[in-house]
Design a protein around this ligand. Sequence first.
Ligand code: TRP
Ligand code: SF4
Length: 398
Amino acid sequence: MENRVLSGMRPTGQLHLGHYHGVLKNWLVLQNEYDSYFFVADWHAFTTHYSDKIDLESNVTEMVVDWLAAGINPNTSTIFVQSKVPEHAELHLLLSMITPLPWLERVPSYKDQQEKLKTKDLGTYGFLGYPLLQSADILIYKAGLVPVGEDQVAHIELTREVARRFNYVYGREADFEEKAEIAITKMGKKQAKSYRTLRKAYQETGDDEALIRAQAMLKEQQNITLGDRERLLGYIEGVGRIILPEPESLLTKASKMPGLDGQKMSKSYGNTISLRDSADEIEVKIKRMPTDPARVKLTDAGDPEKCPVWQLHKVYSDEQTCDWVKDGCVHAKMGCIECKQPVIEGVQAELLPMQERIAKYQADPSYIKQIIHDGSQRARNVAKETMTEVREAMGIIY
Ligand code: TRP
Ligand code: SF4
């Protein structure tokens, strides 16, 4: 469905400002515009951390708490946990039957991660299948849009290829055209006519606008069955039934959130400020940040462009403060500790209200359990519907 967004995060550690600025703020915007599904990819955590003693229970709970504290709305978004919807595993298994091994071996993250994480055992079947499990996560909700970072785009591309192959293999019917033609008439005269016009426009001139309009029209149809809708979707493009629609990635701009050392903020660089760091921890971390090495003494002039603190000013300070920093740094009018103060206060002010909400949620574990339970139930209902169609298409109907 074009208006459904789905994204997930692996519960492998605490959320930090990089997640907030890079991912969560984006989700906050999306949840107001789309039917949004956000989930904790707990099974995915095992693909790289199967022998690590991570406390999944607290990681999963904390992740959901942090999402809520950041403003994800459980009433409008569906928040759930992957392992609570076991249908993901069933779809993953079935998709594995039609996925050529080289498609998985060719996914760039497969070799990259193996090179990068030499200390980890990434020679497992599960790790190779990581992107295919991700495909199942997406396809089981027929999500149209998947907000992801650059590193995940290849996984969405794989998902599209797998969906196409699934539809090709299992969406073909001997009497497809006949059934599609009958389905057209079921829509009523007026709708049938505009469907035919749009289909013709798409097939004869490749008019994408017509394709989108025809798809939108089918979504509105009340008087045709799901199977017929899939037929008519496929019939526009001249393929078989489209049981699993291809998703698109919604590329999240690379997070501008710099870490404490000026590199991108990331757990693996050890340069993070956690969403749960106390005011004191924030102060200590920022006070310890390296600055322009040219500023040894107060009287040494500096260059903000060579200083990671300046990167944080760009995120947290207004124009006036930024001017004050530039002037003070270049003309050696102030010390680095003084310069860091507005950043310390900016980060603290950003995190304080979030941390108050975190404390409130943590005081009420049964509420969080309920959110996870309800969201997972909602997700599972959708997943079950898709699996019924998938099983039928594959002939698993006994
Ligand atoms: N692989 C994603 C990551 O590491 C997490 C993820 C799992 C995901 N399944 C997904 C993201 C489905 C989007 C859609 O960030
Ligand atoms: Fe960095 Fe500010 Fe010190 Fe200049 S004055 S080096 S910008 S911390």
